[in-house]
Design a protein around this ligand. Sequence first.
Ligand SMILES: C[S@@+](CC[C@H](N)C(=O)[O-])C[C@H]1O[C@@H](n2cnc3c(N)ncnc32)[C@H](O)[C@@H]1O
Length: 284
Amino acid sequence: MNDPEKLAAHNRKIAKNMMQSVFELASDLAGLGIFPEQAAKSRNAMPIHQRLGQIQQAIEQLRADLATLRGPYLGQQLQGLGVNQTSKNLQLHIGSGPYILDGWINLDIFPAQLSTNVLWGLPFTNGQCRYVFLSHLLEHLFYPTDAMGLLKEIHRVLEPGGIVRIVVPDIEQCLRAYQENNAAFFEQRVEHWGAGDGNATRLEHFLSYAGAGPDPAWLFEAHKFGYDFETLERALQRAGFKTIHRSQFMGSEHAALRVDEHSQVASAKFGDNYYSLFVEAQKE
Ligand SMILES: C[S@@+](CC[C@H](N)C(=O)[O-])C[C@H]1O[C@@H](n2cnc3c(N)ncnc32)[C@H](O)[C@@H]1O
């Protein structure tokens, strides 16, 4: 296999299969307790903890090797975008997916205008950005560690007075719809998002939306957490934001941030209501 794109997809698939295997390995070890080490000893075989240590070391070495590539990889892309350390007033669209906003730096995993992993931090110096927009990205990060890491990074790269607009699934509405047995909420969710075999129960909808129970191999793509306004507001406060308010679909006071309509999921509705929670925060 020589095609670099096919190789990249192949490598990602191997890593996903490994996530599944490592989870199953941990479950096996939990089930077997002291027996594997005793069996290894009686057979004069290498102890299990040594075998595990070798595997862990090989993974950490590979990660360390890959980490040395981040700088050149990002530097090359930023140069292509005409961004350097003195650039100002940048508009950063994080987790853009297929929705490319003109005049914005559209960032996602490969392939993207700026391909990166947000868990590495944002490749900008303090205060370079005027606006940051992220739609249906935050719930894909583990909370609180990774989500808080990103919110703090956003606060760092925003200039004083700069604004972040965040769109996430509104879990409070989902809970209300469950409680009220709101058929429109769940039926229209299938139209917008699909739902397994199409026969998902309200609880299955809720749990996949709110971030519970994906297979380990699908952890990257799956929702890992869910937000209501109270929780997102508190997370933003902990990241350093003081002025935070709930917004509406396309309801930003800032013309540059009236961009929700470019995202199919941010635009998704049931009846007259949107599935999403829209929040803006300003850096002092
Ligand atoms: C549900 S899609 C949302 C796409 C688009 N923003 C929208 O509103 O439809 C989530 C996006 O976040 C990206 N994403 C998830 N985790 C990421 C990470 N660690 N680094 C960069 N992008 C990530 C995914 O690749 C995907 O494009």
